[in-house]
Design a protein around this ligand. Structure first.
Ligand code: GLN
Length: 486
């Protein structure tokens, strides 16, 4: 049986009806990984002997969900794609994994990413460069590039990722699958390696919006071990999946997100999506989010500040490698380890973060950026008094070629301009199929362009409803990359 184009929901239904078995599904994906992962390079670790036969009445019927290498998983190597954590094997599960396992998740492996989730291309992994299944010389996006590429290439039915400034929504768009980041605090961060704690959000990559809802229903839960966890649990009302139109919804298109530096092909797809939404009876409203232009600068002060404190715990002594460079004292041991085992991007952000937090510059940078963050949040609050949801491009460009922006970090940072504002405001966001555009380089490859939808904080149900109506009104979620057909 062929499972690669089936949604999680469809695979689970086939297991429950007896049409297939848990083992057949497991073997199918394990074999596809053997066959194709050499090309895609999505996996950091494959747990070949991990299959567990279990109660098929559990919600996930023991179907495998693959996991970004940032989630601690009991007795499974968890590296954050960093030499600093090579060989680290946690003795515990992160809360979201625990929730999924209780609901019947089998886990087959760990997926590649940018080192400590810093990047937009997955090129900063210390171990491998994951490829985009739509164009094998292209980046899959990042930082959760392995998670996105694995689902897009049919090597996994669904996967987990984290989104700090766009790391679920952007790679989902580049690889042509659904990427869902709930509101900050909905999915627990407990034992998910921290990048920037006030921004990190665990979420999912799936083939359909409905699958995103299925996993979200299981993952989101109040976690007493985590002090930013949201009280209670949200259960998605299944009636939202029956909606066929967007009647009564006012949807905002921010003018700041459609400005000149957007690729023409991307702009065209977004404008077509606007027309589609009108056909679905939504009212499209032009809105303004004037603080958008400060979002990247704000993020690149607050995020590195948090990175520098979160990564201070890695000294190379308890796990990872110990440097063999000569040293005179303990401080030099730390220095050598951190210099040798953190990659360039991690070191750049640690230095930047330490600088903006230093006593002399704290007011000028960190404090000011925190104030601007409040203004960005207020921008959204104001917009949401006018509209129920906001749409925009996910990224100004389609997937670019591996190596193209690696020597120019600023260029890479700018590509997150549309995802970062919602992260700073803690909003839920999703990337959904919207169309394809031809790359502006010599290769002229046809690549996915997905639509970014945002709703107010904690309005995940509304977000999933709108996303599902839109997704099922276009043919794009049914198209998969040609190279992995059989
Ligand atoms: N690309 C952004 C960065 O490099 C976002 C990363 C993320 O969301 N983890 O910071």
């Amino acid at each position: 049986m062929n499972f690669k184009d089936l949604s999680l929901e469809e695979i689970i239904a086939k297991i429950k009806s007896g049409e297939t078995s848990q083992k057949e599904v497991w073997d199918y994906f394990a074999n596809r990984i053997k066959k194709y992962d050499e090309k895609v390079q999505a996996y950091n670790f494959v747990n070949e002997n991990g299959f567990i036969e279990a109660d098929i009445n559990s919600p996930l019927a023991w179907v495998s969900v693959w996991v970004k290498d940032i989630f601690c998983e009991k007795w499974i190597p968890t590296t954050c794609a960093s030499k600093m954590l090579e060989n680290f094997v946690p003795p515990y599960d992160s809360t979201v994994i625990k929730n999924l396992k209780t609901a019947g998740m089998n886990s087959l492996g760990k997926l590649n990413m940018d080192e400590f989730a810093m990047g937009s291309t997955s090129e900063s992994s210390a171990f491998r460069k994951t490829k985009n299944p739509w164009g094998i010389n292209r980046i899959p996006g990042g930082s959760s590039g392995g998670s996105a590429a694995a689902v897009a290439a049919g090597l996994a039915p669904a996967s987990l990722g984290t989104d700090t400034g766009g790391s679920i929504r952007q790679p989902a768009s580049m690889c042509g699958i659904v990427g869902f980041k709930p509101s900050y605090g909905r999915n627990s961060r407990f034992w998910v390696m921290a990048m920037a704690s006030s921004l990190d959000c665990p979420g999912t990559f799936t083939k359909t919006v409905k699958d995103a809802g299925l996993l979200y229903d299981i993952m989101n839960w109040y976690d007493e071990k985590e002090d930013t966890s949201i009280e209670g649990k949200q259960t998605i009302n299944p009636s939202i999946w029956d909606k066929k139109d967007l009647k009564w919804y006012k949807i905002g298109l921010p003018k700041e997100y459609m400005e000149e530096w957007l690729d023409e092909g991307v702009r065209k797809v977004i404008l077509e999506s606007v027309e589609k939404m009108k056909e679905l009876w939504a009212e499209i409203v032009d809105i303004s989010l004037p603080m958008t232009k400060y979002a990247i600068a704000t993020y690149y002060i607050l995020m590195p500040a948090e990175v520098s404190t979160n990564l201070a715990r890695y000294d190379g002594i308890r796990y990872g490698h110990n440097s063999t460079l000569p040293h005179e004292n303990l401080e030099e041991v730390y220095q050598n380890n951190r210099w040798e085992w953190f990659g360039d991007e991690a070191q750049r952000r640690i230095i930047l973060g330490s600088y903006v937090l230093s006593a002399w510059f704290y007011d000028a940078y960190y404090k000011k950026a925190s104030q601007v963050r409040t203004l960005i949040r207020e921008d959204f609050d104001k917009a949401f008094t006018q509209v129920d949801a906001i749409i925009s491009p996910v990224s100004p460009n389609v997937a670019w070629k591996i190596g193209e922006k690696i020597d120019d970090p600023l260029k890479m940072y700018l590509s997150d301009a549309y995802t970062i504002p919602a992260s700073l405001a803690g909003l839920p966001g999703i990337s959904v199929p919207a169309g394809f555009a031809i790359s502006e380089d010599a290769e002229k490859e046809e690549l996915p362009v997905w639509l970014h939808i945002l709703t107010p904080q904690f309005e995940e149900e509304r977000l999933l409803e709108i996303a599902h109506v839109f997704e099922t009104s276009t043919p794009y979620s049914k198209i998969s990359p040609k190279w992995f057909e059989d």
